[in-house]
Write a protein that binds this ligand. Sequence first.
Ligand code: VGL
Ligand code: ZN
Length: 206
Amino acid sequence: MNALILIDLQFDFFNEGALPVPEAEQVLPVANRAMDHFGLIVASQDWHPANHGSFAANHWWRKPGQVIDLDGLPQVLWPIHCVQETFGASFHSGLDTSRIDRVFRKGTDPGIDSYSCFFDNGHRKSTGMGDWLKDQQVTDLYFLGLATDYCVKSSVLDALDLGFNAWLIEDGCRGVNLNPGDAENAVAEMEKKGARIIRSGDLPPA
Ligand code: VGL
Ligand code: ZN
């Protein structure tokens, strides 16, 4: 069985948000149309406490884009974004959220970031999404969302490790591209590990 996984389609990742991903708006129509092809739709939500260790503002003399050691893991520092219960953390109003069956939140532990919708960046704790999908007899996961080079990439790689077939809907994703080519390299890495790269026009019927 197939499921559509929508990664982090939250206001803060769109153009007037705190951590804008270039061209993010362009994924909304793709996301809304893609939903017609699936009987099961799951979304992830980046959901940080205000004291989260990934925020540059929570570290002395640090700026977004710098990399620190956070409890033994390299951590890119970000602007304050997707703080629990804030406007920026809510789903974009252009997304048809009425069709989402289940939401999994991630990044709630202040001491560790969580790009993947399945596990934190140290694979220390699970969000429960993998087990839940397996309970629903899902075998094939189709991903789209933000950002290609962070949360989408980590989610797709973890999905493959968990034994799912993973499909990347490429036109439904956009990257941060802190370094030029990051998103392109991320797609290549996902494909190399076994993900299938497709376009939304080639989605299977529902
Ligand atoms: C993300 C950076 C920080 C993402 C989340 O959704 O890709 N990127 N938090
Ligand atoms: Zn985040």
